[in-house]
Write a protein that binds this ligand. Sequence first.
Ligand SMILES: Nc1ncnc2c1ncn2[C@@H]1O[C@H](COP(=O)(O)OP(=O)(O)OP(=O)(O)O)[C@@H](O)[C@H]1O
Length: 280
Amino acid sequence: MTSASYAAVLNIAGLTKTFEDRQVLKQLDFSVAPGEVVIVLGTSGAGKTTLFKIVSGLMEPSKGTINFDGKNLGALSSKDKRLVRREMGFIFQQFNLVRRMSALSNVLAGRSGYTSTWRVLLRRFTKSDVELAKRALASVGLAEFIWRRADSLSGGQQQRVAIARALAQQCRFILADEPVASLDPETSRAVLEMLKSIAAERQVGVLCSLHQVDLARMYGDRIIGLKDGRIAFDAAARDVDEMMIDRLYSDKPAKGPFSQGGKQDDFPALVVNNREALPA
Ligand SMILES: Nc1ncnc2c1ncn2[C@@H]1O[C@H](COP(=O)(O)OP(=O)(O)OP(=O)(O)O)[C@@H](O)[C@H]1O
């Protein structure tokens, strides 16, 4: 499957970010299809957080385009951008819940993009929104915890509240920035399992950064290796071999994309989204 052969929910083209005179993201091109889990791997400083901040709208790119459902975000008014972004769910390492509020209220916050401001301010959500939020909590196994304050839940439960919030939002895409960084191995697998089934069952596209290669292989449909701000490889998870991983995490600077077997510039079968070879 190539980037052109499916209707992507997210399409990134020529994305570049420069801080002062330093390029930290260099001409990134990739897509995420509905139902697909794409994992971003890379060393610390490779540019993952910068990429996620740009996709989430917290930061503007220096160059390039982000298309969401065929709409170029850079060409939209702030109001239209907000409308588009309410279809994106966000799951972060630090759970980003309101600690003093109940699980239910946190999930209802996911409905705020669809609710009038006065209802949000007064926390007067409609009955159907409350039902939707309860169903979302039940679907992540937290039906008994809806009234519990977020800060009294375990890390794994809090992350499930964040997933329920994305579900209640009825999002078409989830951006998950190191969602399991602070969880134990078993809970990490449970959270990623949940994200994978949501992607498949609801045809939600997921872009997720991880530091654990084994989890990336287990739960990713595709893996993007980011090195020094470039895409080093973009391949089906089953095609990512040890050599590619070793090179991704080695100290050697990235010169260009590399593929299975670690041979540089021998990549077309695996790099499904890079439109051009990167400069050496
Ligand atoms: N606001 C900024 N101003 C200048 N440089 C920045 C800024 N934000 C990030 N950088 C630099 O951009 C590069 C990429 O940082 P980023 O945080 O995206 O990496 P990362 O892959 O997310 O790392 P980690 O896995 O440690 O979170 C780093 O060299 C960082 O120092």
